[in-house]
Write a protein that binds this ligand. Structure first.
Ligand code: NDP
Length: 236
């Protein structure tokens, strides 16, 4: 087995981020998280920070580097929704989602890139959404933030691909977490009817794709968007 890697997941206190952290822990990696609240899986090094806060993100990375060494694998997972119809969406609804999902991922990737460039290796994995490319009514803010991650990963690939760094996007469909449980029943039923797999995804479905993108087997994959959606977004 390869040496333990220094892995950082944002938002590992619950949902998809927690499952990703547990997956890397089980593989024997050194796992850290930037998180805001809640509890963490045993063995995960937690540093409290809001991904919207540049200074806090930078300080959190320094703390993780001191404990685990330079971060080799980053999973930008922290995300929020503030669903609302376009004409009723407030500036705050729009900006909060962009600041967290898109600018937060940027701040994390920028800070991580320094050590990755020096080491001439690194894996950046952005958790987007099927909604980023498919669109979603009431999700103008969320969809814009998630499709933005595709442009970000592809630009990073062009900028840093020659330095042994890959940047990829995982686009989950409907995954059973607090985020989706908050949707009205009618909307959940409509999604289920549209999913060829005939079921909602589980957090482990997403963690498996992330694990693969961080593995040696994925060394030549960069700028890709990997759907984990049971076929919901096919062709988008
Ligand atoms: P949850 O709502 O269960 O978890 C979101 C996580 O992000 C929490 O850990 C939360 O922390 C953290 N977070 C939110 N804002 C910030 C912030 N400003 N700084 C630090 N951490 C923050 O969602 P999921 O696990 O379902 O989603 C994880 C990712 O997957 C998100 O990016 C989401 O958009 C994406 N996704 C989810 C899908 C699904 O069906 N569930 C489908 C497609 C994509 P806290 O607990 O403190 O709020």
């Amino acid at each position: 087995m390869s040496e333990a890697r220094s892995v950082l997941v944002t938002g590992a206190n619950r949902g998809i981020g927690r499952a990703i952290a547990e997956r890397f822990l089980a593989a024997g990696d050194k796992v850290a998280t930037i998180y805001r609240s809640g509890d963490l899986p045993e063995g995960v090094l937690g540093v409290t920070a809001d991904v919207r806060d540049t200074q806090a993100v930078d300080a959190a990375f320094s703390e993780v580097e001191a404990a685990h060494g330079p971060v080799e694998v980053v999973i930008a997972n922290a995300g929020v929704t503030r669903d609302q119809l376009l004409m009723r969406m407030s500036d705050d609804d729009f900006e909060t989602v962009i600041d967290t999902n898109l600018a937060g991922a940027f701040k994390v990737a920028r800070r991580a890139s320094k050590a990755m460039i020096r080491a001439r290796r690194g894996r950046l994995i952005f958790i987007s959404s099927v909604v980023g490319l498919y669109g979603g009514p009431g999700q103008v803010n969320y969809s814009a933030s998630k499709s933005g991650l595709v442009g970000m990963a592809r630009s990073i690939t062009r900028e840093l691909g020659g330095r042994g760094i890959t940047a990829n996007v995982v686009a989950p469909g409907f995954i059973d977490t607090a985020m989706t449980q908050a949707l009205p029943d009618k909307q959940q039923e409509a999604y289920l009817a549209a999913i060829p797999a005939g079921r909602f995804g589980g957090v482990d479905d997403v963690a498996g794709a992330v694990e693969f993108l961080a593995s040696p087997a994925a060394a030549y994959i960069s700028g890709a968007v990997i759907p984990v959606d049971g076929g919901l977004g096919m062709g988008h």
